[in-house]
Ligand binder design. Structure first.
Ligand code: NAP
Length: 262
């Protein structure tokens, strides 16, 4: 995730000399330096000494330990903290960092890897307007950014876009499999499904029509699409989606409770 942000920032003409990357693995740091000419430092405390923005991009399970290491330094310099760790609430990060920090918590998704991500962002009450702008600039290097007003909404963002790429992959797998059963070779079925997803997503994003209208426009009465849509509806497609996204939202809440309890 961090590499995607770095790559996006550099591609957007951000100065490499303003970015310092840390990681326990010197080889990874050397690779990132070679690729993007960013500064690197294996020592977290050294790396953040003069930072006005710190992006926390470690696994959620070790975030507390990382925060506790940085706490004293951060309490003195008060940088903007951006966390992309899934499921860790800003109140927990703030507590681990000694309280009263400006924190922007983000929920990106994997298409960030190709700068086609969608990220939900939430700023705590200590984050200033210009710090929110900075966070937006950093995350928009990975794709679309959308702000939410309260932190619980990030659990819904997790359910829609955070976990969302996997839903579409599942849909594509099923379309490819059925395309093959219906007589296409696997590669052709897969490519047709993927290109159709891309075309439909682009139409949905670029058209003035909402998705229900777009769907109606390609669904002639008595036609092939109408037969497929009727089959989806008879199998309660909307309920299936509703249950799946609600399960993802509920799991996000459970994980935040578990990870933030210490
Ligand atoms: N991938 C996604 O789709 C996605 C979506 C939304 C949010 N996120 C969040 O993004 C964060 C990063 O995810 P990821 O998939 O990029 O994980 P990742 O590939 O494991 O990247 C984390 C990096 O941090 C390094 N690291 C470990 N301990 C460190 C320390 N003390 N100081 C500095 N760096 C340290 C890791 O090194 P080692 O490998 O040597 O441990 C690794 O290179 C996670 O919190 C995740 O929840 C990911």
């Amino acid at each position: 995730m961090a590499s995607s942000l770095i790559s996006g920032l550099i591609n957007n003409q951000h100065a490499a000399c303003d970015i310092t990357v840390t990681d326990p693995d010197q080889q990874k740091l050397d690779q990132l330096h070679q690729l993007y000419a960013v500064n690197t430092d294996i020592d977290n405390l050294n790396a953040i000494k003069t930072a006005d923005v710190i992006v926390l991009a470690v696994k959620p399970q070790i975030l507390k330990q990382v925060c506790e290491l940085l706490k004293d330094s951060i309490c003195k310099s008060r940088p903007l903290i951006i966390s992309i760790a899934a499921g860790i609430r800003s109140t927990d990060i703030d507590r681990w960092l000694g309280n009263n920090n400006a924190i922007v918590r983000c929920m990106p998704n994997t298409p960030a890897l190709i700068q086609a991500g969608a990220t939900g962002l939430f700023a705590n009450k200590n984050a200033l307007a210009e710090q929110k702008t900075t966070a937006d600039q950093i995350l928009s290097s990975a794709g679309l950014t959308l702000w939410v007003d309260n932190e619980e909404q990030l659990d819904a963002v997790t359910a829609v876009s955070g976990s969302g790429p996997a839903y579409f992959f599942l849909f594509l797998e099923a379309m490819q499999k059925t395309g093959k059963q219906l007589g296409l070779d696997e590669a052709t079925a897969g490519l047709l499904a993927k290109q159709t997803a891309l075309g439909a997503a682009r139409m949905a994003l670029e058209s003035d029509d909402d998705t229900a209208t777009l769907r109606a426009k390609v669904t002639s009465k008595g036609g092939t699409t109408a037969a497929a849509i009727a089959s989806f509806e008879n199998n309660h497609f909307s309920d299936i989606i509703n249950q799946a996204l609600t399960a993802a939202r509920d799991r996000a809440i459970e994980l935040a409770d578990e990870l933030g309890k210490n």
